[in-house]
Design a binder for this molecule. Structure first.
Ligand code: DC
Length: 210
């Protein structure tokens, strides 16, 4: 079974998807980490972020990998923490915007998500990567709450800067960010992680016994 969790930055996807996978005993695939890792490698190799074909080639030649603990690897480097830095936050939408890059990444995502039960988190999972997913959830939250959540993840950045940053990211991500027609939308503004996970678990259980 594939459970697709999509939604904008700060809606709670990562925390929810990771915990959900753990509770269900499913694998967890973070597709945002893959675009982040490619951005990290492009910078390291000096590949300009507007060169779609070169970036797509880089992605093909250096597939992103994950270990059992969810650590992220590219080109032999463990990039788990470096891909969460603010410079990558800013640049990754530029990389993720190129259709040629997305084609390569989506193929890899389909390969990584093809076996057994998996929770896949991203922006276009329910629409493009895995439209056949048996459960599709689209998480949303108020802008203020999303900015507050980001500030816990990125201490040291001011609240105003984070809100602006989030708005810019939304604009850049917008083309790839729409809910699948058959996705169940959950507003996480007033819910804690446990409540969101419990709701999705119910949907999964109902789907399994359908
Ligand atoms: O979820 P995140 O912040 O780690 O995602 C990083 C970037 O990658 C963000 O700009 C959105 C983009 N992304 C995407 O375009 N498609 C996905 N399936 C996952 C992430």
């Amino acid at each position: 079974m594939i459970v697709a969790i999509d939604g904008p930055a700060g809606a709670g996807k990562s925390t929810v998807a990771r915990l959900l996978a753990e509770r269900l005993g499913f694998r967890y695939l973070d597709t945002g980490a893959m675009y982040r890792a490619l951005t990290w490698l492009a910078r390291r190799r000096g590949v300009a972020l507007d060169r779609a074909a070169e970036l797509a080639l880089l992605a093909t030649e250096h597939p992103v990998g994950f270990d059992e603990q969810g650590r992220v690897f590219i080109d032999g480097s463990d990039v788990t923490s470096s891909i969460r830095r603010p410079d990558i936050d800013k640049l990754v939408p530029v990389v993720a915007r190129h259709p040629q890059v997305r084609e390569v990444m989506r193929e890899r995502q389909r390969a990584l998500g093809s076996e057994g039960n998996v929770v896949i988190e991203g922006r276009d999972i329910g629409t493009v990567v895995a439209p056949q997913a048996q459960v599709k959830v689209y998480l949303v939250a108020d802008e203020q709450v999303r900015a507050a959540r980001r500030s816990t993840e990125r201490p040291g950045i001011g609240a105003d800067a984070l809100a602006t940053d989030l708005r810019l990211r939304d604009e850049r991500d917008a083309v790839n960010m729409r809910p699948a027609a058959d996705a169940i939308q959950i507003d996480t503004t007033d819910l804690d992680v446990g409540e969101v996970v419990a709701r999705i678990e119910e949907i999964v259980v109902a789907q399994r016994s359908a």
